[in-house]
Ligand binder design. Structure first.
Ligand SMILES: [Fe+2]
Ligand SMILES: [Fe+2]
Length: 245
């Protein structure tokens, strides 16, 4: 385990990355984030939340790197691969935004992470199954679960700086939560019943991995269950991917 840190090269890398970020991020005045009314323990909580968020966004970049690699190996359609090509850069924008939010609240907190675990587990024994399994873990479960939560945080945010950050992240995450379903729709005529059963076990495992984090927010549990049912398990069932629970 190592302490999570982010770095910035500047110069040409910054200039070329800026084309992807767009001007609206450079316009954000971080010093305008309202912090003076917050007690120290609330500031510490927000520093922790945004440091953890920066690491989650870092891992999301690893997730889309893995998805892209497996879509290429499965010879997925050009436009399907192409639409996901920018997602790694999106997640780097989110790493930057989350890091800057943590800094604006007083600085990132020490967070021990396993950098070698940045890419998700890949299941299956054919390129097609592997691509579908990664799509399920990364997009149909991971991104589909987080999108409505971020959208709700955006709606509730009152601070203009936080609202701008959450708005950008939510706008980017919508296609991230779409690509997995498009992968399954492309693959549907190529999958056998055994393949579908296998992908069901992958989905069950990915949903099960979410559950420990949900228990920590009992007030939100009904909302989380609604997301799981409406955004994940029902769309999987519609695509004949069998889910056990
Ligand atoms: Fe993200
Ligand atoms: Fe994302």
């Amino acid at each position: 385990m190592e302490t999570f840190t982010t770095d910035w090269l500047g110069g040409t890398a910054e200039r070329l990355f800026a084309k992807h970020r767009g001007d609206r991020i450079a316009e954000i005045q971080w010093s305008e984030l309202a912090t003076s009314h917050l007690a120290d323990d609330e500031l510490d909580r927000l520093r922790t939340v945004w440091t953890q968020s920066a690491h989650q966004e870092w891992c999301a970049a690893g997730a889309f790197t893995t998805l892209l690699q497996h879509l290429l190996l499965a010879r997925a359609p050009v436009d399907l691969i192409g639409m996901a090509g920018r997602f790694v850069a999106d997640e780097m924008v989110h790493v930057e935004l989350a890091s800057r939010m943590a800094m604006a609240y007083g600085g990132g907190v020490p967070l021990e992470v396993d950098y070698s675990a940045v890419c998700p587990q890949v299941d299956g024994d054919t390129p097609l199954l592997q691509a579908c399994a990664v799509a399920i873990r990364v997009s149909c479960v991971g991104e589909s679960f987080s999108l409505p939560i971020i959208a709700r945080e955006f709606s509730a945010a009152t601070d203009p700086v936080a609202k701008r950050v959450l708005g950008r992240i939510a706008a980017d995450e919508a296609p991230h939560a779409t690509v997995g379903w498009l992968v399954l729709d492309w693959a549907k005529s190529l999958l056998t019943e055994d393949d579908r059963a296998f992908l069901g076990t992958v989905a069950d495992d990915a949903i099960g991995a979410l559950r420990p984090a949900l228990v920590g927010s009992p007030k939100q549990l009904d909302y989380y269950e609604w997301i799981l049912r409406n955004r994940i398990t029902e769309p999987l069932s519609e695509r004949r991917i069998p889910i056990s629970g």
